[in-house]
Design a protein around this ligand. Structure first.
Ligand code: AP5
Length: 214
């Protein structure tokens, strides 16, 4: 099964993708994580990518499609969870072509709906385990009291450079301008299901489960 988690920054795509990996043996393909790995590699490409990400703008279609193509070729899996990809109509068309080439298809597109005020609160309170990538939130999912990641025991946590109000404003603009047209695109193809992303993490996971089991 191959699915897309679609939604604005902070909607909970990464949080739910990690749960689906654990529960269903699927593979999360997060272009955000791939680009953060590229930026920390210190290459010229990584430096260019870092500047674009910190401004809250989208990286070029060519770069992200290339990253996804590499991973689709390499991974054998029970299915892919596309998290943060596609983000433009060109990326959506490229994904359809890549899946077709592999003899696979897209089974569902889940739009996670969350209002802007909640997104700002979530993003500015987010931290991530530096070792395993587990995502925490000062308010809704705090780091355990012993200061250790509940998943891997690491005591190092990071905050993303683009998790500030200024970058977030730009990220939301990019989402509404370039990514939200995908909602109509996948609706017209009969592949879109909306879930309320404002509920608690377990409640959202239950909604997604219902969609995937249907
Ligand atoms: P990316 O890393 O994809 O970031 P994003 O889309 O902005 O999404 P986030 O990771 O911020 O949010 P999320 O929906 O995963 O939420 P999370 O689960 O962490 O992209 C970063 C940048 O890379 C882009 O701006 C762009 O520059 C570039 N890029 C990436 N892909 C690209 C592409 N395809 N094309 C071009 N450029 C690309 O949750 C957020 C917080 O809320 C956490 O603290 C979490 O604990 C909490 N939370 C989650 N669910 C709930 C809940 N139900 N209730 C309460 N709190 C919750």
């Amino acid at each position: 099964m191959n699915i897309i988690l679609l939604g604005p920054p902070g909607a909970g795509k990464g949080t739910q993708a990690r749960r689906l990996e654990e529960e269903r043996g699927m593979s999360q393909l997060s272009t955000g994580d791939m680009l953060r790995a590229a930026r920390s590699s210190g290459t010229e490409m990584g430096k260019r990518v870092a500047e674009v990400m910190d401004r809250g703008e989208l990286v070029t279609d060519e770069i992200v499609i290339g990253l996804i193509e590499e991973r689709l070729d390499a991974d054998g899996t029970a299915g892919f969870i596309f998290d943060g990809f596609p983000r433009t109509l060109a990326q959506a068309d490229a994904l359809a072509a890549l899946l077709e080439k592999k003899g696979e298809s897209l089974d569902a597109v889940i739009e996670m709906q969350v209002d802007d005020d909640a997104l700002i609160q979530r993003i500015t309170a987010r931290s991530t385990c530096a070792n395993c990538g587990e995502v925490y939130n000062d308010q809704t999912k705090p780091i355990p009291e012993d200061g250790k990641c509940a998943n891997c025991g690491s005591t190092e946590f990071t905050r993303r450079a683009d998790d500030n109000e200024e970058s977030l404003k730009q990220r939301l603009l990019e989402y509404y301008k370039k990514t939200s047209p995908l909602i109509g695109y996948y609706h017209a193809k009969g592949q879109l299901t909306r879930v309320d992303g404002l509920g608690e993490i377990d409640a959202v996971a239950a909604e997604i489960k219902k969609v995937l089991d249907a």
